[in-house]
Design a protein around this ligand. Sequence first.
Ligand code: ADP
Ligand code: MG
Length: 315
Amino acid sequence: MIEFRQVSKTFNGQRAVSDLNLHFKTGAFSVLIGTSGSGKSTTLKMINRLVEHDEGTILFAGEEIRSFPVLTLRRRMGYAIQSIGLFPHWTVAQNIATVPQLQKWPRARINARVDELMALLGLDTALRGRYPHELSGGQQQRVGVARALAADPEVLLMDEPFGALDPVTRGALQQEMRRIHQLLGRTIVLVTHDIDEALQLADHLVLMDGGQVVQQGTPLEMLTHPANDFAREFFGRSELGVRLLSLRSVSDYVRRGEQAAGEPLAETLSLRDALSAFVAQGRDVLPVTDSQGAALGSLHFQDLLSAEVSHENRP
Ligand code: ADP
Ligand code: MG
């Protein structure tokens, strides 16, 4: 869907990003992660030409993005940012309808779309006529995402969209985004500096430093095979075990056919949640069930400590 070939950008004689080669695949949830100033926002903004690249090629749907009129490009790409940018004197419904309004959709179609998006984002329709200052931070951010999705863009670009939220609201919105991505199958490129957010959301993860790509791959590849010391340190040696547990599911470690006593674990549960269940139930073996609730086998606490999780990433 979006491809960068040897792309660079210089501001005032200073390289902000260099020699980027990236491929954001159709329908994938891609995440750019890195420290502050590593070039994440610049990379994202080059996609919708808020920043123009000055070397290399950026392709969108197979064509150089400069060959599209800017407005056409932006219409095909929703954009949501941390500071939200809701219009303060417009209601929730008017804010969500910004782009359909510009495109002169019929009134009935706009109203139906606003209702649909509010339901999708878990916003009570009673909020339709409220103004942004009458909403919580989490609700404002949901309106911002709804607005970005309003004209059904092919691509959704998000720059630290949950950065200003408290951890609980943030976690809820991350789960919403995952659900919405699975539901709509849109191509998403999200920028964050939050490692756990990146690991939770990404199909494809790009680690940046100093304007360059350090490594890209799936979260699991990045954790288990860091390309260099920077990547290893960035993903945190000390918390690596727990992070790996949250990326793996009970089904990867189930001993099929075995029986055990205790409150059963669903096979789709993450190993991190399974770990909590072992502790809460004070047991070291628990039964595992499939999605229909039928007995599948058992999970041994000991197996969580095995192989990859404890050994693979030793320097
Ligand atoms: P990140 O989003 O990872 O924090 P940015 O892409 O915003 O990083 O910035 C990368 C580098 O480019 C930084 O050194 C920043 O100061 C510089 N930069 C970004 N935008 C501009 C701009 N409009 N003018 C000048 N320098 C910029
Ligand atoms: Mg930024």
